[in-house]
Design a protein around this ligand. Structure first.
Ligand code: ZN
Length: 311
């Protein structure tokens, strides 16, 4: 009996800290230049989440006129835009177990895009790495553009750290592209990769995507058009589920803790969630080694949506 009431108590505390949005669902439509991909109800008004197919910037819209479309019509409307082209590239990169999706932006760039994963963790945010990053790139780049991929469980247990990041954004030190990294980010170190992360038995892929989007919106983060698979692990079936709700899976060609090297146009991956200190140390070393190139603007951080919108 005690066990049951503990479980009920836990469940109710989760529900209290995360109430879902009303009728939140995938949807296809057009509002001016925007492609609408989600809709939900807020009181008596409809709200929408939409992407600009040329800039890859996303926005939450309300009090707008939306023309509903079929998914096929939406696809053909955007086919000649950077979003349509990115979607096409994704379809050719959907089969690998590890690191499927976009892994690099523009090889002619003088720098790279930085992605930081906030997988569930009991440890506090590694704030030093953000402070070092801002110190290294300002004033050459202000705000410093970075991409943070985030999970529902991390948000639930790190309210103060999340507020700290949002304050850096408000102060103009960082420009953050927020990426969905699934709600629960299941992981079991004992299971093989083919049955781990989002390939774990019983995973409801649609709810992992949509629950986390709602948690992001309720935490006042605008989800970007990207999705990152936990562990960078996927198969064709879950990869296609991500594409089918309009999102662009984001891999990495430079996971620093795995010894991969940064190239021009790399999508670099580090974990500031306290669970991968090796990658953080490598990254801080890299900042120091390249300090003079940063000052000469020969080594820059790129904004991911802006980089991909040049394709
Ligand atoms: Zn992760």
């Amino acid at each position: 009996m005690k066990a049951i009431s503990t479980v009920l108590l836990l469940l109710s505390s989760i529900t209290l800290s995360f109430a879902q949005l009303s009728e939140y669902q995938p949807f296809w439509g057009q509002s001016d230049d925007y492609l609408v991909l989600r809709k939900w109800k807020d009181g008596t008004s409809e709200k929408y989440w939409a992407v600009h197919p040329k800039t890859l910037q996303t926005m939450i819209l309300e009090n707008v006129t939306v023309k509903p479309m079929t998914r096929d019509d939406a696809r053909s409307w955007v086919s000649r835009t950077p979003y349509g082209r990115a979607m096409y590239t994704e379809q050719t990169r959907d089969g690998a177990l590890q690191d499927a999706g976009l892994t690099r932006t523009q090889p002619n760039e003088k720098g790279f895009s930085l992605t930081m994963d906030l997988c569930p963790s009991h440890k506090p945010l590694t704030r030093d790495v953000f402070e070092d990053l801002i110190a290294a790139f300002e004033p050459e780049e202000k705000p410093v553009p970075i991409t943070i991929t985030i999970t529902g469980l991390w948000m639930q247990s790190h309210a103060e750290d999340l507020q700290w990041l949002k304050n850096l954004e408000k102060r103009g030190d960082l420009r953050i592209t927020w990426v969905n990294h699934s709600f629960h980010h299941q992981y079991d170190p004992k299971l093989p990769l083919t049955r781990n992360f989002l390939l774990s038995k019983g995973t409801d892929m649609a709810s992992e995507i949509l629950l986390n989007e709602q948690a992001m919106i309720q935490n006042e983060l605008t989800p970007s058009i990207f999705f990152r698979f936990p562990g960078l692990i996927s198969d064709k079936s879950i990869f296609d589920e991500v594409l089918n709700v309009g999102l662009l899976p984001l891999g990495s060609d430079a996971w620093l803790a795995k010894g991969q090297k940064v190239q021009p146009g790399s999508i670099v991956l580090i974990h500031p969630n306290g669970n991968e200190p090796v990658g953080i140390t490598d990254f801080i070393k890299l900042l120091k080694t390249n300090a003079s190139s940063i000052k000469k603007k020969d080594w820059l951080l790129y904004d991911l949506p802006a980089s991909l919108s040049k394709n």
